[in-house]
Ligand binder design. Sequence first.
Ligand code: SAH
Ligand code: SF4
Length: 462
Amino acid sequence: MPVSRQYWVNAFYWASDEHSLSPFMLMKFYIYTFGCQMSEHDSEYMGAVLLEKGYSSTEEESAADIILVNTCCVREKVEHKIFTKLGRLAKLKRKNRELIIGVTGCYAQLAKEEIKRRMPQVDFVLGTQGIRRLPEVIDRLRSLRQGWDAMPKTDKQLEGFPCGFRRRSPVQAMVTIMEGCNNFCAYCIIPFARGRERSRAAEEILREIKEAAAEGYKEVLLLGQNVNSYCDPSNNSISFADLLIKIHQIKGIERIRFVTSHPKDFSYRLVEVIRDYPKICNHIHLPVQSGSTRILKLMNRKYSRAEYMEKIAWLKREVPEIGISTDIIVGFPEETEDDFQQTMKLMEEVEFDGIYSFKYSPRPLTRAYQYPDTVPKEIKGRRLMELQGLQKRIQLTKNQSLVGRVVEILVDSVSKKDPYALCGRTSSNRIVNFKGGPELMGKFLRVKIVRAGPNSLFGERV
Ligand code: SAH
Ligand code: SF4
């Protein structure tokens, strides 16, 4: 997933005078987020915890008393970006010695010593599970002027989130259903950063979603590294499909999305549930990684090209409106031109609606780190460009075929390009831009598609 710089803390506009007596009232925080939706959700959680404690958020880095850098470690490039960011923050700290800088998340979990060695200006480092200790750590820093790094081992069972949890988006509530991963794909560092798979109790997940519905949220996004292997720890008979059906019964929730599904665990039963339960969106993110069975085997993905294509065929047959997105890695060790062409062919066959594509990046601790990184940088670059070019053409053709159609969207954000425009998403996760005022946020609307680009659609209200 792309690296994002988040200004989401500004969305906490309703964090107001309920904290007016707090001694922390004047302290402001700013959070940078690198990484996937799970990192974003962790940032959301940390922001909520700080607001509960009486701190307030700011959109200006220079006005902040506390700056948190919530990190990712999936690709090496992100590491460079993290250190560039920390280098800039170190300069700020030279001007303002009271500034508190904390590094949290996946990279913090794995590289505490490296961060402290290279960036002595950093006050504390919190690992992926340590973020729950954020308020304690900051209190201690402020009262005793003493740093403390929290690197607890991953929880056996996931704790619940605080009540009245304040969220980034006014429309979509992200809800963690599981954490960690047992798959050990040969290239992937996540099982080392996030630990083994742990599912949250279904009862707690349902309670959190009911609360979100009562607060007016219409959409939930269920989060987990491998949601298909969800298994209720208190009652083993509740599978992911069962959980979806229970969520479907919650009044007020109109749309249910989830990421990420591992193809090896993606079952026909899940296809039926998507087909039969209308609130479950017609969108699936099913990372394929490569179109070559030989490379999939080296990647330890535990499915073949043919098995992946069979699952795509189920989806297209049972849910014709389905939007399918994927992740692809180019230049994995030993990937030949022929392997790469098989990936290109698979893309033409599936016609994905969106892809996240990456050059292979060797990561310490992973199995593939032992393999020679055989594909030269220039070839990785060329393959990535070819693949992205093909995908752009596929998306443009697919989006253009929608011109003239009327679709239903849920309005969820303001357009980045045009302040007078809003964005909504179709059930299949297509972005539609249209003219409208902020009063439409969170509403379902019907729009006619009048224009299409490769990444989004443009519509008019009907
Ligand atoms: N749990 C999810 C995704 C995790 S990371 C899943 O299993 O699909 C998101 C994506 O980053 C992966 O799908 C993969 O495409 C990419 N990725 C992970 N490690 C990588 C590496 N070492 N080099 C390049 N891309 C990588
Ligand atoms: Fe990483 Fe594979 Fe687990 Fe996804 S399934 S988090 S790619 S090890």
